[in-house]
Design a protein around this ligand. Structure first.
Ligand SMILES: Nc1ncnc2c1ncn2[C@@H]1O[C@H](COP(=O)(O)OP(=O)(O)O)[C@@H](O)[C@H]1O
Ligand SMILES: [Mg+2]
Length: 365
């Protein structure tokens, strides 16, 4: 067999490969590695490996270890920051290279994009979670809502017939609290009902402007600035504007609440991305609208971040802990996704992806 061009072989592999010489400079970057790292091959060639993804990144660390005689190593799920779009989850491996005499002459670093697998497993567990909420909500509605009507009626009657002020106050308290619980159950019922979406062609920027109008007079944002970074070339989508307002309002309000005390900037940014190839029904890249709500508030503790979206999980006095769960519910009904990213001290990003062509059967109702 004739020897083949090494670069072409590496380009054909589904994993990315970076070939490094003994001094730690990049000799060759395969097509997939160039995509993952967001670097052109020409820009990467001859550069120190530390400068590809940062000296602390697994790519540089494992390359150094391989060049230092550390043998072959593998590190799973390292985030690789992208200049555009969300960070990728990448499995990084490295192995030393030897010449004919057995002397170390470089290293090869491999990069495997695990983002899609992680997103799919997130999506499955989110869907299961939302379905479980639906069943719980339906159960609560049945067991709580009906007797609540009776309790409220009895409270009203007691208030009418109360002989003294104290009894009337107690009876009115029963009515007020019954109303509060009833409103909460109504919120929770959203998860149980399969309400059809009222889809119509709409511009997502109009929806975002509506949300900002609603928040303009809310004292929560008094110390905050709002910056709109809209991509004017975004196409219209078929969506239920009222439901999206509900979802976005929760995300924007959360951001403002996080900055309420110290002030800050809420950036709302939109753009188009191509969803992962396998995500579409037909194996084609699926165009996706990205809508980001970025704040520079205190951020979210990693422990809490993992559990967000569980109904009633709140750290705010007076919070219901339903905002993120409701937002996720309506976005999922549109076949979209909601991701929260946060670094304590560095603010939070709520990232919404809405497919231009809907593929989720849940959204079809
Ligand atoms: N942008 C944000 N910055 C910091 N913390 C946030 C942000 N968004 C949500 N959170 C945290 O997530 C919790 C749950 O949010 P949510 O589901 O909207 O319920 P609620 O706002 O009623 O507490 C909040 O109590 C808060 O601790
Ligand atoms: Mg909230």
């Amino acid at each position: 067999m004739p020897p083949r061009d090494l670069a072409r072989v590496l380009d054909a592999l589904p994993d990315g490969a970076v070939v490094i010489d003994a001094s730690g400079s990049v000799e060759l970057l395969s097509a997939e590695a160039s995509r993952i790292l967001g670097l052109s091959r020409d820009a990467a060639r001859g550069r120190a490996v530390e400068r590809l993804a940062g000296a602390d990144h697994a790519v540089a660390r494992l390359a150094r270890a391989a060049l230092g005689g550390g043998g072959t190593s593998l590190e799973s799920s390292c985030p690789v920051a992208q200049r555009f779009g969300p960070a990728l989850v990448v499995e990084v491996g490295a192995a030393p290279l030897f010449d004919d005499t057995g002397a170390l002459c470089g290293a090869v670093v491999t990069l495997r994009d695990r983002t899609l697998q992680q997103e799919l497993s997130h999506a499955v567990s989110e869907r299961e979670q939302l379905e479980a909420f639906g069943r719980i909500a339906a159960g609560i509605a049945h067991e709580v809502k009906n007797p609540l009507g009776g309790i409220r009626g009895a409270g009203e009657l007691l208030a009418l017939r109360a002989a003294d002020g104290k009894t009337r106050e107690a009876a009115e308290l029963i009515v007020r609290e019954a109303d509060r619980i009833s409103a909460l159950v109504d919120d929770l019922m959203v998860f149980a009902r399969g309400d059809a979406l009222r889809l119509s062609p709409m511009n997502v920027h109009v929806v975002l402007d509506d949300v900002l109008d609603l928040l303009a007079h809310d004292p929560v944002g008094a110390r905050c600035r709002v910056e709109r970074r809209y991509d004017p070339s975004l196409p219209e989508i078929h969506a239920d504007a009222d439901r999206l307002v509900q979802a976005f309002l929760n995300l924007a309000r959360n951001a403002l609440q996080a900055m309420e005390e110290r002030g800050g900037t809420l950036v709302i940014a939109t753009r188009m991305t191509l969803g992962h190839r396998l995500a579409g029904n037909d194996g084609e890249p699926s165009p996706t609208l990205l809508i980001e709500f970025r704040d520079d508030g205190p951020g979210i503790d990693p422990d809490l971040l993992d559990r967000l979206g569980t109904p009633f999980l709140t750290t705010r006095p007076g919070g219901t802990g339903l905002g993120i769960a409701l937002a996720r519910h309506w976005i999922a009904r549109h076949g979209g996704t909601l991701r929260l990213e946060s670094e304590p001290g560095n603010g939070t990003i709520a990232r919404v992806g809405l497919p231009l062509r809907r593929t989720s059967p849940r959204a079809a109702s």
